[in-house]
Design a protein around this ligand. Structure first.
Ligand code: SF4
Ligand code: SF4
Length: 325
């Protein structure tokens, strides 16, 4: 534990050793606390420096020990960029936005991965809450023409943290912007922390749950829609309708993070190779469970959670559930 440090345990440990050396990356967080508590520290940042990652060899060399030569791979390892999980609720939303060709002002969370290929849907990401204020800025400068071709996307947790102020600005300044709140019912990227919408405190105790739709209505947004980003056709229609509106609108794309323990997944889907026409449409959603080899798509049953997005995209009925439908 870096904070609070178990100072007394470390003090009693320090009394039993000849030298106490603190090995920590970047700033001297632990070292400073130990020195402030009067614990003798014989080495720390003076040995390891403030920058970079500490490898075993770096530590050995800093301590005056021999370090073996590093070995590398003989051939180039293919890059593996981060990607949304199989069954992630955000995938359907980004596939739809990319298909519509709209400008997307993004924000900080798992959903920032919507910027990467093949989804490639996000155009800007600056800092927490910047999606809504950036969109408001674009639309204020460029008017209705921009407003009907641009959206902001922000997660439920980020919206509660710092997105709401931008939405207030849109209403107050008589803006016309479409904001999509990707409500996955948790703070996904940083490890499933609760937030004011989940009904639990950060320590998991029961707490009041703030309703996103009531909050947006209370701010003054008259057009608040709730829809499921797994339902691709419906989600697309809702986005098109709200982009066409000449007043502020909020779309709450609601579907919990697939990794939440209470979420029940469906049995894996599979591809019928005889029906697969190799069109690669199902590859466009960037699902890690789908691969393509020998001119056919393949769904890895150990990764697929049966979200059904790929099945909605296959025009040839080649993607089937366990009943063969
Ligand atoms: S943790 Fe949840 S929200 Fe984040 S990428 Fe995975 S499924 Fe999506
Ligand atoms: S969308 Fe259907 S036909 Fe096209 S590659 Fe995927 S499984 Fe095959």
């Amino acid at each position: 534990m870096v904070n609070p440090l178990p100072i007394e345990r470390i003090r009693s440990f320090a009394e039993k050793v000849d030298r106490l050396i603190v090995v920590e990356e970047l700033d001297p967080v632990i070292e400073t606390q130990l020195r402030a508590a009067g614990i003798r520290v014989d080495g720390g940042k003076d040995l390891f420096g403030l920058c970079g990652e500490l490898s075993q060899n770096k530590i050995r060399r800093a301590l005056g020990m021999e370090a073996p030569e590093s070995t590398g791979f003989g051939e180039t390892v293919p890059p593996r960029p981060p990607t949304l999980c199989p069954g992630c609720p955000h995938r359907g939303a980004f596939f739809t936005l990319q298909k519509l060709g709209v400008t997307v002002c993004g924000d900080i969370g798992c959903y920032t991965l919507g910027a990467l290929p093949p989804l490639g849907a996000i155009d800007t990401t600056v800092c927490m809450g910047a999606s809504i204020s950036a969109l408001h800025g674009f639309n204020t400068v460029r008017g209705i023409e921009s407003a009907q071709k641009a959206v902001a996307v922000i997660g439920d947790s980020t919206f509660m943290h710092s997105g709401i102020t931008g939405l207030i600005d849109i209403v107050y300044n008589k803006g016309i912007s479409t904001v999509i709140i990707l409500d996955n019912s948790i703070t996904g990227m940083t490890g499933h922390q609760d937030n004011p919408t989940t009904g639990r405190t950060i320590k998991g105790e029961p707490a009041p749950s703030i309703s996103l739709e009531k909050l947006c209505e209370a701010i003054g947004v008259k057009r608040v829609r709730v829809c499921d980003p797994y339902a691709l056709d419906e989600f697309k229609s809702v986005v098109e309708e709200e982009l066409a509106a000449s007043e502020p609108s909020v779309i709450i794309a609601r579907r919990p993070c697939i990794l939440l323990p209470q979420v029940k997944t469906a049995p894996p889907l599979h591809v019928d190779p005889d029906k697969c026409k190799s069109c690669k449409q199902c590859m466009k959603i960037g699902c890690p469970a789908i691969s393509f080899a020998d001119k056919k798509s393949y769904i890895d049953p150990t990764l697929c959670v049966g979200c059904d997005l790929c099945r909605q995209l296959c025009k040839f009925g080649a993607i089937l559930d366990k009943e063969g439908k």
